[in-house]
Design a binder for this molecule. Structure first.
Ligand code: GMT
Length: 375
């Protein structure tokens, strides 16, 4: 099939998932066309049947704010027509779903691709309740040929927040780990982590929803304080948290790496993950760690319980309580055998339920279904 994918190019779960899906579809023989204002940062170059179409945004003095939706829809319409795309699969509703619907309606019926929209999280939980966005998102979902969500939790939130009661198919996130480029020892040496220190890993775009303040408060309460080092892979600017790091006396306990591409190097070196998000529709970062046998301590938030079985493949803490989070981490630092067993359970669960082989055929089947329906 010929599939167009629109996504955000920067570090963020929806763009990462969309990129991985595109790569997997190409590996399975499909032709894939990506649309974004920049090349998605994990998108490999020079892969046959994998194309990238940059969307050019011109600045006009008349506009106070540059518009992205219209140039995106025009680009999607042009490429759909020129390459005879079967499907436009858009990741994150705003503005991609609206642009796809517009692109579809710009074309004559015989050239119209089907539109599949995947909701990832804040497009429902944050923008869905904004009166300036909610009705437009609802409209785009209603006009889509199919809508998917990345967890049961997000399905319920989409029904509750947006009042959308059309079909919603739950297709969880997946991950395809690449082989690490450096050894575990090399990476730990680079990070200054001694053999008797547990490496706690947090990776995210460090937006407010990730509650980095709570993350730092929690690790500051871990005892003994020389039992760990926290490594933050920040997909955004970590500078605003420098004051917290100083205030909490964490300067010698924390290493931050910004915009890392070789995440596998760090995932294999980690002993534990720590995630304190206010909400997560799934939490791709927890899954990435699971593939490397690294169990996580996380808040029981949003769709995280669909990823981690509490007490089996990780530990879930019911509230935003830094003491409870610190105690959970301490228990796994103190009991390496239990931690390793949890890591193994996490790895098994990840491979069984959230591998490309488990998930990608679900998208392929959906594309087949919508195309046969529309044709
Ligand atoms: O916060 C991010 O990392 C980006 C965010 C988004 O809305 O694009 O990620 C969401 O999509 C990921 C992939 O489906 C999910 O694993 C994340 O849980 C989800 N983030 C939130 O719900 C806050």
């Amino acid at each position: 099939m010929k599939i167009g994918i629109a996504c955000y190019p920067s570090v963020g779960g929806s763009g990462i998932l969309a990129t991985a899906l595109g790569e997997e579809l190409v590996r399975r023989g499909h032709e894939v066309h990506f649309f974004s204002y920049e090349r998605p940062f994990r998108l490999p170059a020079d892969v046959p049947r994998l194309h990238f179409h940059p969307v050019v945004i011109n600045e006009y003095q008349l506009f106070k704010y540059p518009d992205y939706t219209l140039p995106l829809s025009v680009r999607m319409a042009e490429v759909s027509r020129d390459h005879r795309l079967d499907v436009l699969h858009v990741h994150y509703a705003v503005p991609h779903a609206t642009a796809a619907i517009l692109a579809q309606s710009m074309l004559p019926p015989e050239q119209q691709p089907s539109v599949v929209t995947t909701l990832h999280g804040t497009d429902t939980t944050l923008l869905g309740s904004d009166p300036g966005y909610g009705p437009a998102i609802h409209h785009a979902l209603t006009c889509s040929d199919a809508v998917t969500v990345v967890s049961e939790f997000l399905k319920q939130e989409t029904q509750r927040v947006l009042g959308f009661h059309g079909p919603l198919e739950v297709i969880h996130n997946f991950f395809v780990p690449r082989p690490p480029r450096r050894s575990r020892e090399e990476v730990r040496r680079e990070l200054g982590i001694a053999d008797n220190e547990a490496m706690i890993l947090h990776s995210s775009n460090v937006r407010p929803v990730k509650r980095i303040d709570l993350l730092l408060e929690s690790v500051a309460r871990i005892r003994p304080r020389d039992a760990f080092k926290l490594v933050v892979l920040a997909g955004g600017d970590f500078a605003p948290y420098a004051g917290d790091v100083q205030r909490l006396g964490l300067a010698d306990r924390i290493s931050v790496r910004e915009k890392v591409n070789e995440i596998e190097d760090y995932l294999q070196a980690a002993d534990l993950g720590l995630f304190t998000s206010e909400t997560e529709s799934f939490c791709l970062s927890i899954l990435e760690a699971m593939f490397f046998g690294c169990p996580s301590v996380a808040r029981r938030a949003g769709g995280i319980p669909e990823v981690v079985e509490d007490g089996v493949s990780g530990l879930l803490v019911p509230s935003a309580d830094p003491d409870a989070l610190a105690r959970a981490i301490e228990s796994l630092i103190r009991e390496p055998k239990r931690r390793l067993a949890m890591g193994e359970a996490a790895r098994r669960r990840a491979r069984e339920h959230f591998s490309a082989d488990a998930i990608v055929p679900r998208y392929e089947a959906l594309y087949q279904r919508v195309c046969s329906r529309t044709s």
